[in-house]
Design a protein around this ligand. Structure first.
Ligand SMILES: Nc1nc2c(ncn2[C@@H]2O[C@H](COP(=O)(O)OP(=O)(O)OP(=O)(O)O)[C@@H](O)[C@H]2O)c(=O)[nH]1
Ligand SMILES: [Mg+2]
Length: 343
Protein backbone atom coordinates (compact mmCIF):
# COMPACT_ATOMS: atom_id res chain seq x y z
CA UNK A 1 0.00 0.00 0.00
CA UNK A 2 2.67 2.44 1.14
CA UNK A 3 4.85 1.31 -1.73
CA UNK A 4 2.06 1.97 -4.20
CA UNK A 5 1.42 5.35 -2.68
CA UNK A 6 5.10 6.29 -2.88
CA UNK A 7 5.30 5.07 -6.43
CA UNK A 8 2.32 7.17 -7.47
CA UNK A 9 3.91 10.25 -5.92
CA UNK A 10 7.17 9.68 -7.71
CA UNK A 11 5.48 8.72 -10.97
CA UNK A 12 3.72 12.05 -10.97
CA UNK A 13 6.85 13.81 -9.97
CA UNK A 14 8.91 12.13 -12.64
CA UNK A 15 6.48 13.29 -15.30
CA UNK A 16 6.76 16.80 -14.02
CA UNK A 17 10.52 16.62 -13.81
CA UNK A 18 10.87 15.48 -17.38
CA UNK A 19 8.94 18.21 -19.04
CA UNK A 20 10.77 21.38 -19.89
CA UNK A 21 8.87 24.55 -20.51
CA UNK A 22 10.60 27.04 -22.80
CA UNK A 23 9.26 30.57 -23.21
CA UNK A 24 10.22 32.83 -26.09
CA UNK A 25 10.25 36.41 -24.79
CA UNK A 26 10.83 39.59 -26.77
CA UNK A 27 9.34 42.54 -28.60
CA UNK A 28 7.53 42.19 -31.92
CA UNK A 29 9.72 41.26 -34.86
CA UNK A 30 12.88 40.40 -32.91
CA UNK A 31 12.69 36.82 -34.17
CA UNK A 32 11.00 34.66 -31.52
CA UNK A 33 9.09 32.46 -33.95
CA UNK A 34 12.03 32.30 -36.39
CA UNK A 35 14.36 31.07 -33.65
CA UNK A 36 11.97 28.33 -32.72
CA UNK A 37 11.49 27.33 -36.35
CA UNK A 38 15.20 27.24 -37.07
CA UNK A 39 15.97 25.12 -34.01
CA UNK A 40 13.36 22.60 -35.05
CA UNK A 41 14.56 22.53 -38.66
CA UNK A 42 18.16 21.84 -37.81
CA UNK A 43 18.00 19.36 -34.97
CA UNK A 44 17.16 16.25 -36.96
CA UNK A 45 19.54 17.26 -39.77
CA UNK A 46 22.66 17.67 -37.70
CA UNK A 47 22.15 14.85 -35.28
CA UNK A 48 24.45 11.89 -35.74
CA UNK A 49 22.39 9.00 -37.15
CA UNK A 50 24.06 6.64 -34.70
CA UNK A 51 22.86 8.72 -31.81
CA UNK A 52 19.40 7.41 -31.04
CA UNK A 53 17.74 10.73 -30.43
CA UNK A 54 15.07 12.68 -32.28
CA UNK A 55 13.16 15.88 -31.78
CA UNK A 56 9.63 14.74 -32.54
CA UNK A 57 6.95 17.42 -33.00
CA UNK A 58 3.29 16.61 -32.55
CA UNK A 59 1.22 16.93 -35.75
CA UNK A 60 -0.03 20.44 -35.08
CA UNK A 61 3.46 21.70 -34.20
CA UNK A 62 4.90 20.14 -37.33
CA UNK A 63 2.26 21.81 -39.57
CA UNK A 64 2.69 25.21 -38.01
CA UNK A 65 6.46 25.21 -38.06
CA UNK A 66 6.72 23.86 -41.59
CA UNK A 67 4.61 26.79 -42.79
CA UNK A 68 6.87 29.23 -40.98
CA UNK A 69 9.93 27.50 -42.41
CA UNK A 70 8.68 28.04 -45.95
CA UNK A 71 8.26 31.76 -45.18
CA UNK A 72 11.79 31.96 -43.76
CA UNK A 73 13.27 30.25 -46.80
CA UNK A 74 11.38 32.51 -49.19
CA UNK A 75 13.13 35.54 -47.76
CA UNK A 76 16.42 34.53 -49.30
CA UNK A 77 14.78 34.39 -52.72
CA UNK A 78 14.12 38.16 -52.70
CA UNK A 79 16.80 40.67 -53.62
CA UNK A 80 16.26 43.03 -50.75
CA UNK A 81 14.75 41.95 -47.53
CA UNK A 82 13.17 44.53 -45.29
CA UNK A 83 12.16 43.95 -41.74
CA UNK A 84 8.99 45.93 -42.36
CA UNK A 85 6.88 44.53 -43.99
CA UNK A 86 8.14 41.25 -42.68
CA UNK A 87 7.00 37.64 -42.47
CA UNK A 88 3.64 37.40 -40.75
CA UNK A 89 3.88 38.15 -37.03
CA UNK A 90 2.40 35.84 -34.44
CA UNK A 91 -1.31 36.50 -33.88
CA UNK A 92 -1.99 34.69 -30.63
CA UNK A 93 -0.29 32.85 -27.83
CA UNK A 94 0.86 29.53 -29.24
CA UNK A 95 2.34 26.30 -27.91
CA UNK A 96 4.65 23.93 -29.75
CA UNK A 97 5.08 20.47 -28.33
CA UNK A 98 7.97 18.09 -28.90
CA UNK A 99 9.33 14.87 -27.53
CA UNK A 100 13.02 14.23 -27.28
CA UNK A 101 13.28 10.48 -27.59
CA UNK A 102 14.67 7.56 -29.56
CA UNK A 103 11.25 7.29 -31.24
CA UNK A 104 7.70 8.06 -30.30
CA UNK A 105 7.09 4.70 -28.66
CA UNK A 106 10.04 4.99 -26.34
CA UNK A 107 9.29 5.36 -22.63
CA UNK A 108 12.53 7.33 -22.31
CA UNK A 109 11.58 10.84 -23.19
CA UNK A 110 11.73 14.49 -22.35
CA UNK A 111 8.71 16.61 -23.17
CA UNK A 112 9.71 19.96 -24.51
CA UNK A 113 7.07 22.68 -24.81
CA UNK A 114 7.88 25.98 -26.47
CA UNK A 115 5.58 28.90 -25.80
CA UNK A 116 5.48 31.82 -28.17
CA UNK A 117 3.41 35.01 -28.10
CA UNK A 118 3.05 38.19 -30.15
CA UNK A 119 5.68 40.70 -29.00
CA UNK A 120 2.92 43.32 -28.55
CA UNK A 121 1.84 41.40 -25.42
CA UNK A 122 4.78 42.99 -23.57
CA UNK A 123 2.56 46.08 -23.47
CA UNK A 124 -0.98 44.76 -23.62
CA UNK A 125 -0.87 41.44 -21.73
CA UNK A 126 1.76 41.97 -19.10
CA UNK A 127 0.05 39.84 -16.46
CA UNK A 128 -0.15 36.88 -18.81
CA UNK A 129 3.48 37.29 -19.81
CA UNK A 130 4.45 37.32 -16.13
CA UNK A 131 2.52 34.11 -15.50
CA UNK A 132 4.21 32.39 -18.46
CA UNK A 133 7.60 33.54 -17.25
CA UNK A 134 6.87 32.11 -13.80
CA UNK A 135 5.89 28.75 -15.31
CA UNK A 136 8.94 28.47 -17.51
CA UNK A 137 12.17 26.52 -16.95
CA UNK A 138 14.01 28.11 -19.85
CA UNK A 139 13.61 31.65 -21.17
CA UNK A 140 14.83 32.54 -24.63
CA UNK A 141 15.28 36.24 -25.36
CA UNK A 142 15.97 36.78 -29.09
CA UNK A 143 17.68 40.06 -29.90
CA UNK A 144 17.62 42.11 -33.08
CA UNK A 145 21.38 42.64 -33.40
CA UNK A 146 21.50 45.52 -35.93
CA UNK A 147 19.16 47.50 -33.63
CA UNK A 148 21.47 46.67 -30.74
CA UNK A 149 24.67 47.71 -32.50
CA UNK A 150 23.96 50.28 -35.19
CA UNK A 151 23.69 54.06 -34.65
CA UNK A 152 24.92 53.84 -31.10
CA UNK A 153 21.95 51.67 -30.06
CA UNK A 154 19.33 54.41 -30.52
CA UNK A 155 16.85 51.88 -31.91
CA UNK A 156 17.52 49.30 -29.25
CA UNK A 157 14.78 50.12 -26.75
CA UNK A 158 12.22 50.27 -29.52
CA UNK A 159 13.28 46.99 -31.13
CA UNK A 160 14.49 44.89 -28.19
CA UNK A 161 12.68 46.47 -25.24
CA UNK A 162 15.32 45.79 -22.57
CA UNK A 163 13.67 48.09 -20.03
CA UNK A 164 10.21 46.62 -20.59
CA UNK A 165 11.68 43.18 -20.02
CA UNK A 166 13.47 44.40 -16.91
CA UNK A 167 10.21 45.81 -15.46
CA UNK A 168 8.41 42.53 -16.07
CA UNK A 169 11.13 40.33 -14.57
CA UNK A 170 11.77 42.65 -11.64
CA UNK A 171 8.12 42.61 -10.62
CA UNK A 172 8.14 38.81 -10.27
CA UNK A 173 11.65 38.48 -8.90
CA UNK A 174 10.49 36.36 -5.94
CA UNK A 175 9.21 33.57 -8.14
CA UNK A 176 12.69 33.17 -9.58
CA UNK A 177 14.01 32.02 -6.26
CA UNK A 178 11.88 28.87 -6.38
CA UNK A 179 13.73 26.83 -8.98
CA UNK A 180 16.73 26.77 -11.30
CA UNK A 181 16.32 28.35 -14.69
CA UNK A 182 18.25 28.85 -17.88
CA UNK A 183 18.07 32.21 -19.64
CA UNK A 184 19.43 32.38 -23.19
CA UNK A 185 20.00 35.64 -25.01
CA UNK A 186 19.91 34.88 -28.72
CA UNK A 187 21.31 37.70 -30.89
CA UNK A 188 19.81 37.30 -34.39
CA UNK A 189 20.09 38.93 -37.83
CA UNK A 190 23.77 39.38 -37.06
CA UNK A 191 25.21 37.86 -40.26
CA UNK A 192 27.13 41.07 -40.95
CA UNK A 193 28.94 40.92 -37.61
CA UNK A 194 29.63 37.19 -37.70
CA UNK A 195 31.41 37.24 -41.05
CA UNK A 196 35.18 36.62 -41.35
CA UNK A 197 37.38 38.33 -38.78
CA UNK A 198 34.42 40.16 -37.27
CA UNK A 199 33.32 36.83 -35.82
CA UNK A 200 36.13 37.18 -33.27
CA UNK A 201 36.03 40.93 -32.73
CA UNK A 202 32.40 42.07 -32.93
CA UNK A 203 30.95 43.96 -29.99
CA UNK A 204 27.74 41.93 -29.62
CA UNK A 205 28.49 40.61 -26.15
CA UNK A 206 29.81 43.90 -24.75
CA UNK A 207 26.94 45.95 -26.11
CA UNK A 208 24.38 43.39 -25.01
CA UNK A 209 25.77 43.45 -21.48
CA UNK A 210 25.66 47.24 -21.52
CA UNK A 211 22.21 47.70 -23.02
CA UNK A 212 20.62 44.92 -20.95
CA UNK A 213 22.60 45.79 -17.82
CA UNK A 214 19.52 46.21 -15.60
CA UNK A 215 18.08 42.84 -16.56
CA UNK A 216 21.44 41.09 -16.35
CA UNK A 217 22.12 42.82 -13.03
CA UNK A 218 18.84 41.40 -11.73
CA UNK A 219 19.80 37.87 -12.80
CA UNK A 220 23.20 38.34 -11.17
CA UNK A 221 21.77 39.64 -7.90
CA UNK A 222 22.61 37.77 -4.72
CA UNK A 223 19.25 36.01 -4.45
CA UNK A 224 19.23 34.81 -8.05
CA UNK A 225 22.81 34.22 -9.10
CA UNK A 226 22.86 30.57 -8.00
CA UNK A 227 19.49 29.87 -9.59
CA UNK A 228 19.98 31.24 -13.07
CA UNK A 229 22.32 30.07 -15.79
CA UNK A 230 22.82 32.95 -18.21
CA UNK A 231 24.03 32.36 -21.73
CA UNK A 232 24.52 34.25 -25.01
CA UNK A 233 24.25 32.30 -28.28
CA UNK A 234 24.48 34.30 -31.52
CA UNK A 235 22.80 32.25 -34.21
CA UNK A 236 21.78 32.84 -37.82
CA UNK A 237 18.33 31.62 -38.68
CA UNK A 238 18.59 32.54 -42.36
CA UNK A 239 22.29 33.01 -43.15
CA UNK A 240 23.41 34.30 -46.57
CA UNK A 241 21.63 37.66 -46.17
CA UNK A 242 23.04 40.45 -44.14
CA UNK A 243 22.15 43.81 -42.71
CA UNK A 244 23.04 46.57 -45.14
CA UNK A 245 21.69 49.99 -44.06
CA UNK A 246 18.94 51.90 -42.33
CA UNK A 247 16.48 53.83 -44.49
CA UNK A 248 13.49 55.91 -43.46
CA UNK A 249 9.97 54.91 -44.43
CA UNK A 250 7.34 57.50 -45.51
CA UNK A 251 6.51 58.20 -41.85
CA UNK A 252 10.16 58.68 -40.93
CA UNK A 253 10.43 55.35 -39.14
CA UNK A 254 13.66 53.38 -39.51
CA UNK A 255 13.62 50.61 -42.06
CA UNK A 256 16.42 48.08 -41.69
CA UNK A 257 17.48 46.84 -45.11
CA UNK A 258 19.08 43.44 -45.62
CA UNK A 259 20.83 42.20 -48.76
CA UNK A 260 21.93 38.87 -50.11
CA UNK A 261 25.55 38.11 -49.35
CA UNK A 262 26.17 36.86 -52.86
CA UNK A 263 24.44 36.02 -56.11
CA UNK A 264 22.61 32.73 -55.71
CA UNK A 265 22.43 33.07 -51.95
CA UNK A 266 20.41 30.36 -50.29
CA UNK A 267 18.86 29.53 -46.99
CA UNK A 268 21.88 28.66 -44.85
CA UNK A 269 21.11 28.69 -41.13
CA UNK A 270 24.05 28.51 -38.78
CA UNK A 271 24.41 27.31 -35.21
CA UNK A 272 20.65 27.12 -34.75
CA UNK A 273 21.01 23.84 -32.86
CA UNK A 274 23.14 25.52 -30.19
CA UNK A 275 20.35 26.88 -27.97
CA UNK A 276 18.89 23.38 -27.91
CA UNK A 277 22.23 21.95 -26.79
CA UNK A 278 22.22 24.34 -23.87
CA UNK A 279 18.59 23.52 -23.09
CA UNK A 280 19.20 19.76 -23.06
CA UNK A 281 22.37 20.15 -21.06
CA UNK A 282 20.42 22.10 -18.48
CA UNK A 283 17.61 19.50 -18.53
CA UNK A 284 19.93 16.53 -17.93
CA UNK A 285 21.81 18.40 -15.27
CA UNK A 286 18.51 19.05 -13.45
CA UNK A 287 17.40 15.43 -13.78
CA UNK A 288 20.74 14.09 -12.55
CA UNK A 289 20.72 16.45 -9.59
CA UNK A 290 17.25 15.31 -8.57
CA UNK A 291 18.21 11.67 -8.97
CA UNK A 292 21.34 12.23 -6.94
CA UNK A 293 19.22 13.37 -4.02
CA UNK A 294 17.13 10.23 -4.03
CA UNK A 295 18.02 6.76 -2.92
CA UNK A 296 18.64 4.10 -5.50
CA UNK A 297 15.33 2.28 -5.35
CA UNK A 298 13.32 5.43 -5.70
CA UNK A 299 15.61 6.79 -8.36
CA UNK A 300 14.79 3.79 -10.53
CA UNK A 301 11.26 5.12 -10.78
CA UNK A 302 12.65 7.85 -12.99
CA UNK A 303 12.34 6.12 -16.27
CA UNK A 304 15.48 7.32 -17.94
CA UNK A 305 17.88 4.57 -18.75
CA UNK A 306 21.58 5.09 -19.04
CA UNK A 307 21.64 4.79 -22.83
CA UNK A 308 19.17 7.63 -23.24
CA UNK A 309 20.96 9.93 -20.82
CA UNK A 310 24.24 9.17 -22.56
CA UNK A 311 22.72 10.03 -25.95
CA UNK A 312 21.48 13.32 -24.54
CA UNK A 313 24.87 14.04 -23.08
CA UNK A 314 26.60 13.15 -26.30
CA UNK A 315 24.41 15.56 -28.25
CA UNK A 316 24.71 18.45 -25.85
CA UNK A 317 28.23 18.11 -24.48
CA UNK A 318 29.91 20.17 -27.19
CA UNK A 319 27.82 23.29 -26.95
CA UNK A 320 29.84 26.11 -28.45
CA UNK A 321 31.89 28.41 -26.26
CA UNK A 322 33.70 31.21 -28.05
CA UNK A 323 33.44 34.96 -28.65
CA UNK A 324 29.76 34.62 -29.63
CA UNK A 325 28.72 31.77 -27.36
CA UNK A 326 29.27 32.81 -23.81
CA UNK A 327 28.17 31.50 -20.44
CA UNK A 328 27.83 34.66 -18.36
CA UNK A 329 26.81 32.88 -15.19
CA UNK A 330 25.86 29.50 -13.74
CA UNK A 331 27.98 27.09 -15.77
CA UNK A 332 27.42 24.49 -13.03
CA UNK A 333 23.71 24.47 -13.89
CA UNK A 334 24.36 23.34 -17.43
CA UNK A 335 27.24 21.01 -16.84
CA UNK A 336 26.42 17.39 -16.41
CA UNK A 337 28.53 14.34 -15.97
CA UNK A 338 27.94 10.67 -15.62
CA UNK A 339 29.61 10.30 -12.26
CA UNK A 340 26.32 11.17 -10.55
CA UNK A 341 24.48 8.65 -12.59
CA UNK A 342 23.75 5.20 -11.22
CA UNK A 343 21.21 2.73 -12.49
N1 LIG B 1 18.66 38.43 -41.45
C1 LIG B 1 18.05 37.71 -40.53
N2 LIG B 1 16.74 37.91 -40.33
C2 LIG B 1 16.13 37.19 -39.38
C3 LIG B 1 16.83 36.27 -38.57
N3 LIG B 1 15.94 35.74 -37.68
C4 LIG B 1 14.75 36.32 -37.95
N4 LIG B 1 14.84 37.19 -38.97
C5 LIG B 1 13.76 37.99 -39.53
O1 LIG B 1 13.14 38.75 -38.51
C6 LIG B 1 11.76 38.97 -38.84
C7 LIG B 1 10.87 38.75 -37.63
O2 LIG B 1 10.90 37.41 -37.22
P1 LIG B 1 9.74 36.70 -36.36
O3 LIG B 1 10.32 35.40 -35.95
O4 LIG B 1 8.45 36.68 -37.06
O5 LIG B 1 9.64 37.67 -35.10
P2 LIG B 1 8.75 37.50 -33.78
O6 LIG B 1 9.60 37.92 -32.63
O7 LIG B 1 8.15 36.15 -33.71
O8 LIG B 1 7.61 38.62 -34.02
P3 LIG B 1 6.12 38.67 -33.44
O9 LIG B 1 5.49 37.37 -33.67
O10 LIG B 1 5.47 39.80 -34.21
O11 LIG B 1 6.22 39.03 -31.97
C8 LIG B 1 11.46 38.02 -39.97
O12 LIG B 1 11.38 38.77 -41.16
C9 LIG B 1 12.64 37.10 -40.00
O13 LIG B 1 12.89 36.60 -41.27
C10 LIG B 1 18.24 36.08 -38.82
O14 LIG B 1 18.95 35.32 -38.16
N5 LIG B 1 18.77 36.83 -39.83
MG1 LIG C 1 6.26 35.50 -33.67
Amino acid sequence: MLKRFLKSIFDNRSKEDLSINVLMVGASGVGKTSTLTAMYDRFNKIIDQDLELQLIPDDETSNKLNKKLIELKKQVATDFIRTRPTVAGTKNFDEFKFLIAKDEDSHNKIELTFRDFPGGYLQTERQKVKDWVKESDVIIIPIDTPSLLEEDSIYNEDANAPEKLYDIFKSIKGSFETKNRLVIFVPLKGEKYLDGKLYFTNGIRDRLEKEFSNLIGLFKSKALKDKIALVITSIQTIGDIKFSMIEQDSKGRPLFVYKKKKFGAKYAPQDTEQPLKYILSFAISEVLKKRGGLNRTVSNIFNLDREFVEALQEFSKDYKQDHNFVVLQGEELIQNNLTNYST
